[in-house]
Design a protein around this ligand. Structure first.
Ligand code: ASP
Ligand code: MG
Length: 446
């Protein structure tokens, strides 16, 4: 079997859904499980409605509810040329009735718990999949009967062992050549049956989990880009689609905000050795990226990514640095305060490290001040060069530094897995640095 996951932009309206239906039908010989997101920006609309209700603005919440209902009914009636089947019509009425009840409850209490929010948010995927399943004549499965999670509402963790058993019961038997099975991304349920969500953008994760427990041959993530690109095309217009990417490279890039993949997506699929492909719904015969456990791309650098602004802290202690225990003491403070450190570089008398720009620094620095001197450099950016072959290509750091020319590098660090060479520059140099590196290290070597 294979898993096809379509994001919100791929099912935004009737025209998009037709396109998705065509792709699902083409996959019929491969026993497709179709995992859908909510239509377009529906999840945002549901959050807005819930927040309005929480402030007691029932009229505002109801207005949102009407807008969502109109959009879904319009899509359904366009798909069925005005003749929406009675069963689907009834289901839509029921689901919007449920939404209205939930919103009224929230408005009455002026209280929106994460559990209530998840119940409301789940409607987006439940609606889109009902419409789509009716249109393609597929089997509809409530993901909540399979996607067992813990009870951390809003960011629930899937329980893969339980999911495997539930999938064997409720999903596996339906999956068959020449049948389209449709289910929801993003949503799940606790053992007690409370609706949960995996966190915003969680549908990719759902798709990978379903693929893993069902032993899919492939998990296809259909979106609005031709796979993963070598760099952000808004910065580097000559960025190229990457045909093969390793899981480790994908994880590094995802950590730098490469928009196409939820980092957590990767885990269940990696472990099950299932390739994940990222494809363009509007250009199904175009280029795409295959992400798999091992690849051997030709270039030492597969892609470039950046993150900024970030803050660099340079911590020194003339007294203690050379002694043992300084780093332990230093990182203990970061750990206790829950501040995550991204890059670290050490010199004889100082340690430089990077943290997110929005970390509250004052209490941290106050505490560090008792045993170290701290300099703060704001307005910096991390540029990461990612590639499996970095580890076996000598001289790459020298090439990288020379490609940067007169752009000053303030920190340099190679990750322990040796596939990420990161540098820190002034944030205003980020774009120029990416362009120079791309020209020499990515486009230059083909
Ligand atoms: N519909 C959810 C969201 O917008 C999940 C997803 O699209 O992956 O966050
Ligand atoms: Mg989405």
């Amino acid at each position: 079997m294979i898993v096809l996951k379509f994001g919100g932009s791929s099912v935004a309206d009737a025209a998009c859904m037709r396109q998705v239906a065509e792709l699902a039908r083409e996959a019929l010989p491969q026993a497709p499980l179709v995992v859908l997101s909510a239509m377009g920006k529906t999840t945002n609309g549901l959050f807005a409605a819930a927040k309005a209700a929480e402030t007691g603005d029932l009229a505002g919440a109801m207005e949102q509810q009407r807008l969502l209902m109109a959009a879904h009914r319009k899509a359904a009636s366009e798909l069925f040329d005005e003749a929406v089947p009675e069963a689907l019509d009834g289901t839509l009425t029921e689901l919007f009735g449920e939404l209205e009840l939930l919103l009224r409850g929230v408005a009455l209490l002026r209280e929106l718990s994460p559990r209530s929010m998840d119940a409301i948010a789940s409607l987006g995927e439940r609606l889109s999949t009902r419409i789509f399943a009716a249109f393609v004549g597929g089997a509809w499965v409530d993901a909540r009967t399979v996607m067992r999670t813990d009870n951390v509402f809003g960011e629930a963790a899937p329980q893969q062992q339980a999911i495997r058993i539930l999938a064997d019961q409720h999903l596996g038997p339906l999956i068959h050549v020449d049948r389209i099975v449709v289910t929801q991304g993003y949503i799940g349920a606790t053992e007690e049956g409370y609706t949960t969500t995996l966190g915003r953008g969680g549908s990719d994760y759902s798709a990978a989990l379903f693929g893993a427990v069902l032993g899919a041959r492939e998990v296809q993530i259909w979106t609005d880009v031709e796979g993963v690109l070598t760099c952000d095309p808004r910065v580097v217009p000559e960025a190229l689609p990457i045909s093969e990417l390793s899981f480790a490279e994908a994880a590094e890039l995802a950590a730098f905000g490469a928009k196409v993949l939820h980092p957590a997506t990767i885990q269940p699929a990696v472990e099950a050795h299932i390739p994940v492909t990222v494809r363009h719904t509007q250009k199904p015969r175009g280029r795409f990226t295959t992400i798999s456990s091992e690849v051997n791309t030709g270039r030492p650098i597969t892609a470039l990514a950046s993150r900024g602004p970030i803050t660099v802290l340079t911590v020194s202690s003339t007294r203690m640095l050379a002694q043992s225990g300084f780093l332990a003491r230093l990182f203990e403070v970061f750990g206790r305060r829950g501040v995550s450190v991204d890059l670290v570089a050490t010199a004889e008398v100082s340690v430089s490290l990077t943290v997110e720009a929005d970390v509250p620094l004052r209490p941290l620095i106050q505490e560090l001040a008792s045993f170290a001197k701290v300099e703060v450099h704001e307005g910096r950016a991390i540029i990461a060069a990612v590639g499996e072959r970095l580890k076996s290509t000598p001289g790459i750091a020298a090439q990288l530094l020379s490609a940067l020319g007169d752009i000053n590098v303030e920190m340099i660090s190679q990750g322990g897995n040796e596939i990420n060479l990161s540098i820190v520059v002034q944030v205003e140099h980020t774009h120029e640095a990416l362009r120079r590196l791309h020209r020499v290290l990515v486009a230059g070597i083909r």
